[in-house]
Write a protein that binds this ligand. Structure first.
Ligand code: GAL
Length: 328
């Protein structure tokens, strides 16, 4: 009897110690701070997206590094197994303006999807001329996650204007593009089976918002977006729906409106499902328009559930990928 009790106690102590040690080991994610990569350089993955492939997270974004050739646009790729320590893989797409674009190319908000049937990695991005009149999406593909990506084409999805884009893959694996259609609002559209084109509109949300991001949690869809204020922050808002097609609820603030989302603009919501709980991470950009290379990131675990979504005041936090628990 006594031995059984002692054994149980020893096992309980072992698990408590293991979880304590793991918690102590967890690296900090520090919103707003310089985020050094494995080379000690600030991560350049602005307006980014995340693809989990195997056990590794890949962060794609706009490389706005100071030493880059100003005549072309660069999409960077970083890899991490803990979402805090990032290894620079490469600039996986480097592009110059097509001749009909004039001198300047705008390539923003790259997002990569993995298409299992074709085994291709498909990148979408906002592709535009310097006056933002082309208002299209660009598509590039690769056989391996960290590139190189080959530019394929650009087009207006379903013949609509498209500027800021967002990515969403539902729990059933269906992939969607969220895009801002200036005259009308915010569209959610399904990609074709090979992901190479935008096949079908699912919903038009008649709200003028960009930086669109979506997550599906406990039977409810949550969408967030920012107002159209360019590089300047504004109060980002969210709405919910039981179906992607709507009806969507009214839009509400995700943070105290006077903080302008703590200076951030949404780019993605990342769902991390662990053994104990699920954390949804708000990923936002803290833009510095005049020193773009120094733009920072605001990543925070959201308080989300039962139709409510709230971005807590940013502070350093940790994520236990195994249990899904976040602490700040
Ligand atoms: C923002 C948009 C950015 C970039 C910027 C240019 O509204 O979210 O991705 O396009 O405008 O002014």
């Amino acid at each position: 009897m006594k031995t059984r009790f002692a054994r149980r106690l020893a096992i309980a102590c072992f698990f408590a110690a293991a979880s304590f040690l793991r918690a102590a080991d967890l690296p900090l994610i520090q919103p707003g701070a310089v985020w050094p990569d494995d080379r000690g350089q600030h991560v350049q993955a602005h307006g980014g997206g995340i693809l989990k492939f195997g056990d590794t997270f890949y962060w794609f974004g706009e490389d706005r590094g100071q030493n880059l050739d100003r005549g072309s646009c660069h999409v960077s790729c970083y890899a991490s197994t803990n979402l805090a320590d990032w290894k620079f893989c490469a600039d996986v797409l480097n592009m110059v303006a097509p001749t009909n674009f004039g001198r300047r190319l705008v390539l923003e908000r790259p997002k990569v999807f993995y298409n299992a049937p074709t085994k291709k990695f498909v990148m979408y991005f906002h592709m535009d001329d310097g006056r933002y009149k082309v208002a299209s999406v660009g598509v590039a593909v690769s056989d391996s996650v960290a590139g190189d990506y080959q530019f394929l084409k650009y087009f207006r999805p379903l013949d609509h204007e498209s500027r800021d884009i967002g990515q969403f893959v539902d729990d059933d694996g269906t992939a969607y593009l969220i895009f801002e259609d200036r005259p009308f609002g915010f569209r959610i559209a399904k990609l074709s089976d090979d992901y190479l084109t935008v096949e079908k509109e699912i919903c038009l949300i008649p709200q003028h918002m960009e930086g669109g991001a979506l997550v599906h949690l406990n039977g409810l869809y949550y969408v967030i977006g920012s107002a159209l204020t360019g590089w300047n922050p504004n109060p980002n808002k969210y709405a919910t729906a039981k179906s992607l097609a709507g009806p969507w609820s009214e839009f509400k603030d995700i943070a105290p409106p006077e903080t302008n989302t703590y200076g951030a603009q949404s780019t993605l919501m990342l769902k991390v499902v662990g053994t104990k709980t699920t954390t949804v991470i708000f990923m936002g950009d803290l833009w510095k328009p005049r020193t773009q290379w120094d733009s920072r990131y605001l990543w925070m675990p959201l308080q989300i559930g039962d139709g409510k979504l709230w971005l807590p005041e940013p502070k350093p936090w940790t994520l236990d990928l195994q249990t899904g628990e976040s602490k700040f």
